[in-house]
Each structure stands twice: as C-alpha cells, then as structure tokens.
Write a protein that binds this ligand. Structure first.
Ligand SMILES: [Mg+2]
Length: 439
C-alpha cells in the first residue's frame, strides 16, 4: 500500500507525539487512565484518555468498538469480564491505530451501549459497565495514544445509525475544527452483509447483526470501511456491503400516487343527501393513518373513531353507530389488522350505511419504524399535547404478523378497498432533514 510506505518512511510526516510515545511506551501504558463523564441528558457516556489527552484535528479516524477493534477472548460474542478481549487481529489493529495517530488523525470511538449504566451484575461481580470500561482502558493502555470514546446509552438520540454522537463530537469536542470529510472515515462491522464464506474457510461467516454502522457513516457523510479491509485482514470483506435498500429515507420520493385505484374518487360523488358511509382504516402504527384522515377526510365532515382515545372496541362501535344515526360519515382509525376485527364493525354498521370501504395503508415495516422514530424525536420536548412516545418495535412486528390485507372481492361487506400510499410531508426544513436520515 502506497500510503503505508510513505508513513513508515523516516520523514518529518511522523507526528512528534508518536516517536515520544514509542520510546516511553511502557511508562505511558501503565499511567494511562480513561476519565468518564455522562452527558446532561444522560444519553451519552464520554471517555477521554489521560494523561495523553485527545487533541483536536480535522482528520478524524473513527471506529465502532465491539467487533471492529475488539473481540471477546474466545469464540463467544459478548465479553464476560474486563480481561475477556483481544484485538480483531493480533498485530494489524494496533499497528494501524498507532500509524493513524502518527499521521495526525484523531482517534474517536462511537459505540452503541444501550442501558450500559443500569445493567445488572453479570457473573463474578462484573457489570456491562465495568466490562466495557475495563476493555476500553485495556485498549487505551495497549495503545498509549490519545483517544476519545463516545458510548450511546439511549435508544433514540445517540444510538447509531442516528447522528447524535457525531453531532455532539463536532459541536463540543473538537474545538470547532471543521472535519476534513475526505480524509476522515468511519470503520464498523455492522455493515448489513449477509452470511458469507471466506475463501479457503469451510465454516460460513455469520451475517452482520445489523447495518447500523454503515448507515451511521452514510448519515454523517463519512467514508465507510469494514474492519476486514481497513486493517488488511480480508480484502474481500466489503464485497457484500449493500448499496441499495427497499426503503431509503435519503431518496424516498413522493412519486407514488396518493391512492389507488384512481378509477373511483376518494370522496364518493354518488351519495344522496341521507347516505352515509364507513371507512375502515387498515394499517400499521406510524403508517400515516391519522395524518391522512386530518388532511383528506376531516374536511369532508367524517367523524373520527379511534381506540386510543375511546379505549375499547365496544366503545368504538357505539360511537360509530351514534355518528351514523345522526347522518355523519365515519372513519374507524385503528390498525384493524384482521378480517374478524373488521367484521364486527361491518356487522354493526351495515344496516345504517350505503357503503363500507377499507383504506389499506401500504407503508412497509421499515418505513413505519422510520416514521415512528422520527416522530418521537421530532416531538420530544414539545409539550404534552404534541409529544409522541416511540411505539415498541414489537407492536409494529405484531401488526405484520396478524395482518390480513383487505380484499374487496372476498371480504363480505366491504365494497371497495383503496390502497393509500405514504407521502412524506414536512413541517419545515429541519423536519425534512431529520426525516431524510437513517434512524
Ligand atoms: Mg460492532
């Protein structure tokens, strides 16, 4: 490699700290400690090495920790004690990190450590916290170079792929120095690769546990590497890193129609003065149901029936019947995933209406999870009225599991099914920016 040859040459390119660190390595190793602080919002744990304090630089060499720099000491995935670790490669990781430091790169670690500080004791008196901090300290002593460590404790603001750690680093931990986005980079093992085989190795390599590292780098606009290629362990390691996703918030377009089929109107035009209808929504949480109601049906006088406010199905049916009897159209804005749930509304409504339609919200699970996270972030701290808590992913998965997509030709009582597509709409530019990132 050209770059390597240059950096090991005996030239002034070598950072002065490096030669000093080399000669006094053993002293520095023993003296190295890591000072830890927690952010005011308790979402972030920040570590700095001491006495070699991290220095600001425009060149940022940033890394995931577990699976990228360090592995457990054996074949198990999670370390059982602070000593239970080894570098991802016995010699190459350390050599490369020292080299980067010598080249003036600032070494920063961005690690997801949800719930680290409130985790219970594991065997032998160790906690997740003591294991993580112990491993970081061991690595810091082994390297004896300045390092800055960020660990995301929460699941919303800071957890990768969200940009919270990178934004915090830039705004308050790099002395306002603009990063050189071409020279800087991020290395992580959670790259969304499927199960794969290595040449000459019979046992397949497990698929990556997530694609959070890759998406984090894409969000931050940082060049991305997997540890295998970055440290020169396996140059085919990046071959299966995905480049396309079924859902990609960076390029999600509104090119799709609002609804289909378009052969019949959204609001019926064939109703007499006393005709009313019921629209049963069918859709995942965070698929855009209530926004759609407010924008397209509320202006036409449709009454909103919703189980979150009315508590149970009985009350929903009761409210629906009252509205119908007073001559008003109704929208049942619940998830209504199954034929049997919908049948209860259909049976009750049938004698009172001209028509029952189902509106099926087509947003994929990925899109709904995205909306769910963005909504919680966007409304955070905006007061009781506006704030929306994130819905558990389990609830979103459960909807998919139970879903029986309505079919107008088969489901008794439903005259027409309209497919409603999610169109991204934004309150302002900041909302748009937030929505257009991975979360
Ligand atoms: Mg990892």
């Amino acid at each position: 490699m050209k770059r390597k040859a240059e950096s090991t040459a005996d030239t002034p390119r070598i950072h002065p700290m490096f030669s000093a660190a080399k000669t006094q390595q053993s002293d520095k190793s023993v003296n190295t400690t890591v000072n830890w602080t927690v952010s005011a919002d308790k979402g972030l744990l920040i570590g700095t090495t001491h006495p070699l304090a991290p220095f600001a630089s425009s060149k940022i060499a940033s890394f995931d920790f577990d699976g990228t720099i360090s592995l457990s000491g054996g074949s198990h995935v999670f370390s059982k004690s602070p000593d239970d670790w080894r570098f991802v490669h016995p010699s190459k990781v350390k050599a490369r990190l020292l080299e980067l430091h010598a080249e003036g790169f600032r070494i920063v670690i961005f690690s997801n450590q949800k719930g680290l500080l409130d985790s219970k004791k594991k065997g032998q008196g160790h906690t997740m916290e003591s294991i993580f901090k112990g491993k970081i300290l061991a690595v810091a002593r082994e390297l004896a170079i300045p390092m800055l460590i960020f660990a995301a404790l929460d699941d919303l603001e800071y957890r990768k792929p969200s940009m919270g750690m990178w934004e915090t680093f830039l705004s308050s931990h790099n002395e306002s120095i603009e990063p050189d986005m071409k020279a800087s980079f991020y290395v992580g093992d959670a790259a969304g690769r499927p199960e794969r085989t290595e040449r000459g190795v019979s046992k397949p390599i497990k698929k990556d546990h997530s694609d959070g590292d890759l998406k984090f780098a894409l969000n931050c606009n940082l060049p991305f590497h997997v540890p295998e290629t970055f440290f020169g362990i396996d140059m085919n390691g990046a071959a299966l890193v995905p480049e396309k996703w079924d859902f990609d918030p960076r390029s999600y377009s509104n090119g799709v129609p609002l609804f289909s089929p378009a052969s019949t109107p959204l609001i019926p035009e064939d109703f007499g003065p006393n005709d009313v209808e019921v629209i049963l929504f069918v859709g995942s949480p965070a698929s855009g149901k209530t926004s759609f109601y407010k924008k397209h049906l509320m202006p036409h006088g449709y009454v909103h029936i919703n189980q979150d406010t009315l508590r149970d199905r009985k009350k929903c049916i009761q409210a629906m019947l009252e509205a119908l009897k007073s001559g008003k159209h109704c929208v049942v804005d619940n998830t209504n995933p199954t034929v049997s749930v919908r049948a209860e509304y259909i049976a009750a409504a049938k004698p009172h209406v001209k028509r029952i339609r189902a509106f099926y919200f087509t947003a994929s699970e990925e899109l709904c999870e995205h909306n769910n996270r963005v909504r919680a972030k966007w409304t955070k701290g905006k007061g009781k009225e506006l704030q929306r808590e994130r819905i558990s992913s389990v609830v979103l998965k459960m909807f998919r599991k139970n879903l029986e997509i309505p079919d107008g030709s088969k489901e008794v009582g439903i005259e027409e099914v309209k497919r409603i597509n999610f169109l991204a709409e934004f309150e302002d530019d900041e909302h748009k920016r937030l929505w257009s990132q991975w979360h």
